[in-house]
Design a protein around this ligand. Structure first.
Ligand code: ADP
Length: 611
């Protein structure tokens, strides 16, 4: 049976009860109506008839009184009219005998009427007024009183009956009322009881289904709805069970896949030879690979405190990289091997580890942690040290012979040791230029090795910015003029002095201006500007040269890096040294450039009078 038919069936008891009640009400009302009508038929007609009979009797009496009063004609006519009327009313009464004793009373009335008529006839025969009057009082009036009394008896009989019947009717209608109230209450009670139980039975499967849905919603994929039958709810329950079954299968398969994927990725990071750590945004340890456990002696189970066992220096580096990444500044790339940190506790002895970091993103793209890789650069660092040692040694060894070579060439070229031909002089000048360039490279190398070996001791002094600029530009002026490049400088009045190591800063400025001149075509310009930038002093060296592609801009600060196609003569060290010197002063160095639009190299220094 369908749910619709069941619900319709559930209304049946109520409808049945209403039907029964309706029929009962109609029958009872009809009965009451009939009883009322009966009263009318039975008694009211007799009441009317006897009243009229009394009326006719009185008219006849007044006709007799007319005759007594001498109005014989009028009295005779009036009594003649009344007689048949009374006769007819009497006939009506005789045909409407309904009460016990009414037939005898009517007989008595008829007899009295008969006697009154004979008395009247005899009265009419009397012609003498005196005799008529005497007959009236002797026989006619008593006969009239008797007939009237008989009519009144019938009237009283019927009136009593009416009162009795009306009492009975009132009693009956009171009973009907009580019966109806009881019937309504019973019909409503039974109807509601049956309807509720039928509706409940029809809807029980809905609650079974809803319980199953709730359990599934709470994550219980084993929840099923057991509903028998073929109706819509049973069909819905079967569909629900199929859905729950599929959901269960899906969950089992996706959980398995998830575990497998986790095992695969753990195996992948464990296979990396370098330590890998995943830190949460709050610094808690989320994951580590086998190398990290071995080298840093970390244990994931130790949770948030795990980093507490790491050597303080390593921990500081890890914290710094994490803060960089979690702070939203993107991936962290080290600038060179000098950032490597030494770990002594490693099972293979001291190791140099170079930190890198990349962000871990949450579902909505926000940074929720950082993956830190500590690249083992022990061997590379060793090579770097060897290379630096070699470079320093070679540069040092080159310095003295180069100076004497330059001196010798200078003396010969100037003709101090004898005359030289023009051709010889040209060759000697070219050799002297090459010597000077070589000397520049050797100086750069020596600076670099000093900086790298931590020997960069700054001799900080208060210097006039104007003097600093003049010196730096003067050193480049001859070359700039030779190349047809204009040199200019401007200085904002609020940066009169700077607190720097003048020789070192001269080197930085000389380097940047020299690069600008080198990379600017004839008729171009190199402009130096010094201005205040909040709590900093900002130096800018702007040229109108070829500019630097974006992909080159980060690399030009690396040691020994020279852009492809760069003019010969440099060793790719100038910018690296300049940056080291600026950083040693507590500043930053960078570049803004685009191909074809020149370059602006800038660096900042803390202001001497800044708080
Ligand atoms: P080098 O002494 O070889 O010039 P630097 O470290 O001073 O080395 O510069 C590195 C590279 O940066 C150079 O090879 C050059 O290609 C590029 N570069 C530096 N300054 C400029 C500039 N003003 N305009 C264009 N390229 C420049």
């Amino acid at each position: 049976m369908t749910l619709r038919s069941r619900l319709l069936l559930a209304q049946a008891p109520l409808v049945l009860a209403l039907l029964l009640l309706g029929t009962l009400a109609v029958v009872t009302l009809a009965r009451v109506g009939r009883s009322g009508q009966q009263v009318l038929e039975d008694n009211y007609r007799s009441v009317l008839a006897t009243q009229r009979i009394t009326e006719h009797l009185e008219r006849m009496d007044s006709a007799a009184l007319f005759i007594v009063a001498g109005e014989r004609e009028r009295g005779a006519a009036q009594q003649a009219v009344q007689r048949p009327k009374l006769e007819s009313e009497l006939a009506t009464q005789q045909g409407n005998i309904t009460e016990p004793g009414e037939a005898e009373a009517t007989q008595r009335l008829r007899a009295a009427w008969k006697r009154y008529q004979s008395a009247f006839d005899a009265f009419l025969q009397e012609r003498d007024p005196e005799a008529s009057r005497a007959r009236y009082f002797e026989s006619l009036s008593p006969a009239f009183q008797e007939a009237k009394a008989s009519a009144s008896a019938i009237l009283a009989l019927n009136q009593d009956a009416m009162v009795r019947k009306s009492d009975r009717l009132r009693q009956q209608s009171g009973q009907v009322n009580t019966l109806m109230v009881l019937a309504v209450a019973a019909a409503l009670g039974f109807g509601l009881l049956f309807t509720t139980s039928l509706v409940q039975r029809a809807l029980r499967p809905v609650s079974v289904l809803s319980q199953a849905v709730r359990r599934l919603g709470q994550g219980d994929v084993e929840a099923r709805a057991v509903v028998e039958g073929r109706d819509e709810i049973a069909q819905l329950a079967r569909d629900f069970n199929t859905m729950a079954e599929r959901l269960g299968q899906y969950r089992r398969s996706s959980l398995g896949e998830l575990l497998q994927a986790q095992a695969v990725s753990q195996a992948a990071i464990d296979s990396l030879p370098d330590p890998v750590l995943v830190l949460g945004a709050d610094g808690g340890l989320l994951n580590v690979n086998a190398a990290a456990e071995a080298v840093l002696r970390l244990k994931l189970e130790e949770g948030g405190d795990a980093l507490g066992r790491v050597e303080p220096e390593v921990r500081a580096v890890l914290e710094r990289v994490r803060a960089h990444v979690v702070g939203g500044r993107g991936a962290y790339q080290p600038r060179g091997y000098e950032e490597a940190v030494r770990v002594e506790s490693s099972p293979e002895g001291g190791r140099w580890l170079l930190p890198r970091g990349s962000p871990v993103h949450g579902e909505t793209g926000e940074v929720v942690g950082a993956t830190l890789i500590l690249q083992d650069v022990t061997r590379l660092r060793r090579f770097d040290e060897l290379k630096n040692d070699l470079v320093a040694t070679v540069a040092h060894e080159f310095r003295t012979p180069l100076t004497s070579l330059r001196m010798a060439i200078h003396l010969v070229a100037e003709g101090v040791v004898g005359p030289v031909t023009e051709k010889q002089a040209d060759l000697l000048f070219a050799a002297r230029e090459d010597c000077e360039r070589l000397q520049g490279i050797v100086d750069d190398l020596l600076d670099l090795s000093r900086i790298q070996s931590g020997q960069l001791q700054l001799d900080l002094r208060e210097v006039r910015t104007e003097d600093l600029l003049e010196h730096a530009l003067d050193a480049q002026r001859t070359v700039a003029e030779d190349r047809g490049v204009r040199l200019s400088h401007s200085l904002s009045p609020d940066v009169e002095t700077v607190h720097v190591d003048p020789d070192r800063l001269q080197l930085v400025l000389g380097n940047l201006v020299g690069n600008g001149v080198k990379h600017t075509p004839r008729d171009g310009e190199v402009a130096v500007r010094v201005l205040r930038d909040g709590a900093l002093v900002r130096f800018e060296v702007r040229d109108t040269g070829e500019g630097i592609p974006v992909q080159e801009q980060a690399r030009i600060f690396e040691k020994f890096y020279r852009a492809p196609g760069a003019p010969a003569g440099g060793a790719g060290l100038g910018l690296s040294i300049a940056r080291d010197i600026v950083q040693a002063h507590g500043g930053e160095l960078g570049v803004v450039s685009a191909p074809g639009q020149g370059s602006t190299f800038w660096f900042t220094l803390p202001r001497p009078d800044a708080d």
